[in-house]
Design a protein around this ligand. Sequence first.
Ligand code: PHE
Ligand code: ZN
Length: 849
Amino acid sequence: MKDASPQTIYLKDYTPFGFRIDEVALTFRLDPSATRVISRIAFRPNPEAQDRRFFLHGEKLKLISASIDGQPVAPDVTDEGLTCEVPDTPFVWEAEVEIDPQANTALEGLYMSNGMYCTQCEAEGFRKITYYPDRPDVLAPFDVRIEGEEKVLLSNGNPGAQGDGFAEWHDPWPKPAYLFALVAGDLVNHPGHFTTRSGKPVELNVWVRPGDENKCAFAMESLIKSMKWDEEVYGREYDLDIFNIVAVDDFNMGAMENKGLNIFNSAAVLANPATSTDMNFERIEAIIAHEYFHNWTGNRITCRDWFQLCLKEGLTVFRDSEFTADMRSAAVKRISDVIALRARQFREDNGPLAHPVRPESFVEINNFYTATVYEKGAELIGMLKTLVGDEGYAKALDLYFERHDGDAATIEDWLAVFEEATGRDLTQFMRWYTDAGTPRLKVTDDYADGTYTLHFEQSTPPTPGQTDKPPRVIPIAVGLLGPNGDEVLETQVLEMTETKQSFSFEGLGAKPVPSVLRGFSAPVIVERETDNAERAFLLAHDTDPFNKWEAGRDLARDGLLAMLRDGAQPDDLYLDAVQAMLRDDSLDPAFRWLALGLPSQDDLAQALYDGGTTPDPQAIWEALETLKHARAEAMQDLAPKLYAQYQVTEPYQPNAEQSGARALANGALGLITRLDGGAQAQAQYDAADNMTQQLAAFSCLLQAGKGDAATQAFYDQWRHDRLVIDKWFSLQVVNAAPEDAADVAERLTGHPDFSMKNPNRFRATLGALAMNAVGFHHASGKGYRVLADWLIKLDPLNPQTTARMCSAFETWRRYDADRQAKIAAELDRILAVEGLSRDTTEMVSRIRG
Ligand code: PHE
Ligand code: ZN
């Protein structure tokens, strides 16, 4: 039964469940290896369903007893669930099952992490807790009773009776099982308080293991900011008396939005200045907001089925980006989001794992928590907002909340509220949800007699299972600059709906310079023949911060491609332009730090491949090194000045202002280190009193090959702190020399602190190897081998994390025959493993093609 070939599930096969649930009552008798779960579920026939087969999901459960309306029954049980004869009138199902949390290394269902009980049910983990219709369109209020010796016993909703050895919880809001949560442990809380705008008091808590109390304050502040922001910007109030957040060390993902009881990977919630970097703080603020925002976009309105995952995730990512833009710098947030989108989503969209934002089929839903569903899903919301305007968007959202509160909705429902609120026809927009692939947007222009015309042509390359890609509506934000650098046309949104389309602008005194796709108004690849002089001009004059940054990025990329293709020297125009920008004190330091960034090795490999050249990972790394060295020399005077100018002397704050200054100063430290061999970095390391400064210096030392002393000192200082030691593992691998990376990763897997059971630690070691692109793709093939070895070891313990990490191989078709053969051999070796999980089988098969 178990190894029958995995079944593909199709969106078109959706049918509603045959029953509805009026109430769920669960009792947990906790025991590490034999927890009893007693369920009492009131079912009644669903008048909207035809199929009345009574099937309850259930996996790895020991059924102790079952009854219907008090009469014992003997259901038909398989590895996947049970079926049973039931009356055609309302009835009460009762069952008792036994589960083994301690043996649960997949971290799905009820499991143990460092002595505490916790759950993870999205997407399909509740079926490992008890027999249930484990699908998001079955909603019910839950009553939960937990019996256990632990000091803290938590579940969803509002607290009920609590006493010695037990606690009861009542969640009045009907929810699907994937939002269920339970936590039990000897935890301590960091308390807080919020009063909603209608005056309802809410008790807030961040729960952690003893010892982590001093890492909670920032999460609490972020939560309060999020609650306020959602009231002010979206009019959404919190709806329970209590909101709990729990930090868990062993967790597959970032965090989970369980109703009233968010569970977080401890890396995504715990922070203080000594142990966490500015980037950690920013990420934590965003994830706290993301999970909190799910209370409305995800929980109050959930998804009808898992194909609609982007309904909650795309929208919630969009909302958390808006929040970060409001809390910090909007320009910096937009640029960082686009960098991440291109690195992860474009990469996915241009390879064997490409899939629509709303997929049409899957084998294992866990494999679809992807950059496409999340980040591209968020881009689609941004485009909708651009197309209908701020007011239209606000009206549509109000209608969405009003109409669908309490529903399990679809993308059709979502687009319908936009159509009704704004009167627009969004039929063509739907293609963004159904068609995979990144559109290419070719841009040419001409000018005659005061009329300037932009010509656009769109095309989307085929993706697995989809060859035909009709045109989509693309909002193209455009501005025009006059020859002296003044803006002659402010940003206008052109709506492209056809394959080829032209837009004219009249009454111009001279040929303007176009600034196309301002703010990255659509997730497309712009193809435009232009020269470096024009880029330097835009870099200097564009009023749109995204395109200003983009002009600098294009200069850097094209210079690097010329080095790689034609053996050119580093481009002087780029070196001058980046210096001019760094010198410009009117620009936000964080923006300047982003402008100092270079395309990644992976970006360059993709660009070469798209241009018909086989990328050589070693050559790419060397070109980047050459350019970085040339920059360091060109900025020999500027770098120490910037470094001194942007030292933060006030007490540490993880806010945008201080983080920007530190980022720029540490960028300067990188330049300095290339010439001084690490002296300045060592000084900074020795003096550092926060993790941002310490880690930046440590990275510089490792890159300079001078990291031995710091590596030892860092470990001695932080060996007691798991999250900091994750950084220690990861930095050594990420910064290892090309020929050493695989060996360093392999050596670290032998360190006593390495563990396969902790996903953070596993990723810090093996995920870091994939991040060291040149090391991973080392011609010997040892990078591939080490990663495959460990994925094979992890799969039986934790299929979900294994499968996600397989995407390290997704770009393999780009490379030379020798590397392709080596990767193919590793992929085949993984696929040949007996009993390979469904998760990993699906991923590797799709990658292998
Ligand atoms: N729903 C979570 C989020 O994006 C992510 C998640 C998915 C966590 C599946 C765990 C398991 O907020
Ligand atoms: Zn989410």
